[in-house]
Design a protein around this ligand. Structure first.
Ligand SMILES: CC(C)(COP(=O)(O)OP(=O)(O)OC[C@H]1O[C@@H](n2cnc3c(N)ncnc32)[C@H](O)[C@@H]1OP(=O)(O)O)[C@@H](O)C(=O)NCCC(=O)NCCS
Length: 427
């Protein structure tokens, strides 16, 4: 890391200080050599006064123990029936994992505590089948966890729940992480799995608003791994219930956690609740506010003039950024029928009062992800005065006029703005 990168990190430290992050860590990640680095990364977050709660899975260790002890488990993922033998394996596996956490946190000079904060009841009979020792979370003892956090302790929560009679139930760790994040009003729920999150059209789908993620799951359920669907669904529920952001990242990748938290780009899939700020598709009633918004930039020749009629005709290509339901930014994505598949980022604008808060980059990244998801090869942007921004903040590079599809080339020659043509190759 270059020392100058510390400046970038500083802007996040004030944002996250005293906030809670809940980490849902898959069992494969715990068994991987990168686990030690992950604990060190957690230790870095703690030293920045970010409260961390760990919820872990156990399926990988249950499988290993079942092979070693020659006991066949009734399920390994905590999603089906749990018989008595499987419950015993789960308790053994969880104890073993808990010990690994305690040892590794000690090595990093951090205090951690294995907890019984999940109060659970039997799942009961589902579709006619008794789920045995599979439990459902009744509630999370948030006060107990907050006490530990206040003392700088990292609570470690196994995929086990307890009832008032002292019985133990097996609970799904993705679900536990979600419930804990909600109960603690966490700023982030971060799932660390053994894969990269949502991969669409050959690349990572970086950001989804809650409504988009719901749509995405509906359309792609058949092709997504069951584990990814589980994490996406629990992320959605958490974001609908007050958690600001949920992330799916690859816990086997070195520095994944720090990169996701401390960079604008992020390296996994993020789902965000659109409570206070959101990017959404523009609607007809937004035409007038958008024309008003971009008026000054048109005057300064930064943006192409657009009448209300022009904008109404193109409104389907527009996205707006809202804060407290006010439109403070916009961008458009126009597709061309061309080979290779080409799209153009147009009309990026952020209102003066909201500049330099990363909104321009969010809008730029948003349309880039959209274009990627739809298989676009070349994303173009034409700019007279802001080309530096697209190069420096968006990773666009100078391109040749020949990249313009014929219909765009004709328009380019007709308007005589002599804009610079920039391109980002998405594939
Ligand atoms: C360009 C614009 C969209 C940036 O929006 P924003 O939300 O302020 O941008 P971000 O917060 O994501 O990024 C701010 C960073 O970009 C830099 N930046 C802003 N305008 C820039 C430019 N023209 N060239 C290079 N860098 C620029 C800022 O200095 C800041 O840098 P830092 O993060 O290193 O401090 C906004 O200034 C705008 O609407 N400009 C007028 C319209 C326009 O020119 N649109 C593009 C035509 S297609």
């Amino acid at each position: 890391m270059r020392p100058s990168e510390l400046r970038g990190i500083l802007s996040y430290t004030s944002k996250f200080r005293d906030k809670t992050f809940v980490l849902g860590i898959d069992s494969e990640v715990i068994a991987h050599p990168n686990f030690r680095n992950l604990i060190l990364d957690i230790s870095v977050l703690r030293s920045l006064n970010i409260d961390i709660v760990v919820v872990h899975g156990a399926s990988h260790q249950i499988k290993s123990l079942s092979a070693a002890l020659r006991v066949a488990p009734s399920n390994t993922d905590g999603m089906g029936v749990t018989d008595e033998a499987t419950l015993r394996l789960s308790i053994l596996a969880s104890n073993q994992i808990a010990h690994e956490f305690l040892e590794t946190f000690s090595e990093a000079d951090r205090r951690a505590a294995v907890t019984n904060a999940i109060i659970a009841h039997p799942s009961g009979i589902v579709s006619g089948t008794d789920q045995g020792w599979t439990g459902r979370v009744e509630r999370v003892d948030a006060a107990y966890l907050q006490n530990l956090l206040a003392q700088g302790v990292v609570p470690v929560i196994p995929p086990l729940g307890f009832d008032g009679e002292g019985r133990t139930f097996r609970v799904n760790s993705d679900g536990v992480a979600q419930e804990v994040a909600e109960a603690l009003k966490a700023a982030k729920l971060i799932y660390l799995a053994n894969n990269n999150g949502v991969v669409g059209a050959g690349s990572l789908s970086a950001q989804f608003a809650v409504s988009e993620a719901a749509d995405y799951i509906r359309k792609h359920r058949a092709t997504l791994a069951a584990d990814t669907v589980s994490k996406l669904e629990h992320s959605l529920t958490a974001c609908r219930n007050g958690v600001h952001r949920a992330h799916l990242i690859n816990g086997l990748q070195e520095e994944a956690l720090l990169s996701e938290v401390f960079s604008n780009e992020g390296i996994g899939t993020m789902i965000y609740a659109n409570e206070y700020e959101a990017i959404r598709r523009a609607r007809k009633k937004d035409v007038r506010p958008i024309v008003r918004l971009i008026k000054n930039s048109v005057r300064e020749e930064e943006l192409i003039p657009r009448s209300e009629a022009d904008l109404a005709a193109q409104i389907g290509d527009f996205y707006v950024f809202e804060i407290d339901r006010n439109i403070v930014g916009c961008v458009a994505l126009r597709y061309y029928q061309s080979e290779p598949l080409t799209a153009e980022l147009e009309c990026l604008f952020v209102s003066g009062g909201h500049e330099n808060q990363g909104i321009g980059r969010k809008l730029m990244k948003f349309v880039e992800d959209k274009a990627r998801q739809t298989g676009v090869d070349n994303l173009l942007v034409l700019s007279t005065r802001t080309f530096n921004y697209f190069q420096q903040k968006g990773g666009f590079t100078d391109a040749d006029l020949a990249l313009l599809p014929p219909e765009r080339r004709a328009k380019y020659e007709a308007n005589q703005r002599n804009s610079k043509v920039l391109c980002k190759k998405l594939r």
